[in-house]
Design a protein around this ligand. Structure first.
Ligand code: ZN
Ligand code: ZN
Length: 343
């Protein structure tokens, strides 16, 4: 069995594990980066002082800042499709299909698939009543807390054909879920992002250096807690998958060493057997030979091997083992050799 097939299990585990490890490391460093940025991000009120505060920063840009205020549309708000009295600035419509699907293990399990998602938004500001900050590119927010306005589930009543089809295809329809979520007009939210100033006023937008924009109902401290707990979870994963990697590589190394030892032992045994054979040959040889009957190399043992294709019988078996390329008599390339019996 070759070495690769011997360690195939460990190799598969190790390669999958290193993919997961790489992902965890990346997520962890991202999480730490956000955590650090958020910890040092100033919490500012939307008031008259904000314009003075922003002067202190280079280019009048605060890279990461936390502000809280009321959502107010700049133009006409979006009206809910399901409730005419609700208006907002961001609307998300999702249609999900609920199915019962047979898993590869043979169980039936509930699954949901998003089959349609649409977002609408209208420009809006965060305000304290008097002063305001425009929120730019709100749909790019990594965390976007929306209120659920409507959530309807329409079950499908399957007929006989659906049952039969479901049995063979492994998927049974259960129904459709239609959901409408909105960032409501007048809700009080926290925005975390890059604050800058232009001619028309202040605006907050997704930061440039890979930090996320947050539009959330949570406060800075609860966000920090959330981030810290996901950092801790990632650390646990890192330790777990790291341990798996160590065990798998350990097993590969162990198998390799074992294989090496086995090889060395086999080699040693072969040498011992060859030496034994050589000794037995020496004992059986006829010692009263003419010069012409002796090997041309060692002139000690009898000629025992025929070289092909040249056909010269000029070597004993021992010397033949050491001569690989050409016949010592005619220099022709040796292609094969056979024992010669001279009667
Ligand atoms: Zn010889
Ligand atoms: Zn020859």
């Amino acid at each position: 069995m070759d070495f690769l097939s011997e360690i195939i299990g460990e190799a598969v585990v190790l390669s999958i594990d290193s993919l997961i490890l790489g992902f965890c490391v990346k997520q962890l460093s991202k999480c730490k980066h956000i955590l650090n940025a958020l910890q040092t991000a100033p919490v500012l009120d939307i008031d008259n002082n904000l314009k003075k505060e922003i002067q202190k920063y280079p280019n009048h840009v605060i890279p990461y800042v936390v502000v809280r205020g009321l959502v107010k549309p700049l133009g006409n708000p979006i009206t809910s499709n399901y409730n005419q009295s609700v208006t907002g600035v961001i609307q998300r419509l999702t249609i999900k299909e609920h199915v019962i699907a047979r898993t590869s293990a043979g169980f039936w399990s509930d699954q949901t698939r998003t089959i349609h998602e649409a977002c609408n938004s209208t420009p809006f500001v965060l305000t304290d009543g008097k002063y305001s900050i425009e929120v730019v590119d709100a749909l790019a927010a990594e965390l976007l807390d929306l209120d659920v306005i409507s959530d309807k589930f329409e079950p499908m009543s399957p007929g006989v054909i659906d049952h039969v089809w479901g049995f063979f295809s492994g998927v049974r329809q259960r129904g459709l879920q239609t959901m409408e979520e909105m960032l409501r007009d007048g809700s009080y939210i926290t925005a975390i992002g890059e604050l800058s100033r232009n001619n028309s006023g202040l605006k907050i937008q997704p930061p440039r250096d890979g930090l996320p924009l947050y539009l959330t109902t949570a406060t800075k401290s609860s966000l920090l807690k959330r981030l810290a707990s996901s950092r801790d979870l990632l650390r646990v994963f890192l330790v777990l998958f790291g341990a798996v990697a160590v065990i798998a590589s350990g097993r590969i190394a162990h198998k390799y060493i074992k294989r090496r030892r086995r090889r060395v032992a086999e080699e040693h045994l072969k040498k011992q057997l060859a030496a034994g054979r050589k000794e037995r040959r020496a004992q059986n040889r006829d010692r009263n030979l003419h010069d012409v009957q002796l090997c041309v190399v060692c002139t000690d043992n009898p000629k025992e091997i025929i070289l092909l294709p040249c056909g010269h019988v000029c070597l004993c078996e021992d010397c033949s083992e050491n001569i690989q390329d050409t016949c010592p008599v005619c220099r022709e390339r040796i292609q094969s050799r056979a024992p010669a019996f001279i009667a």
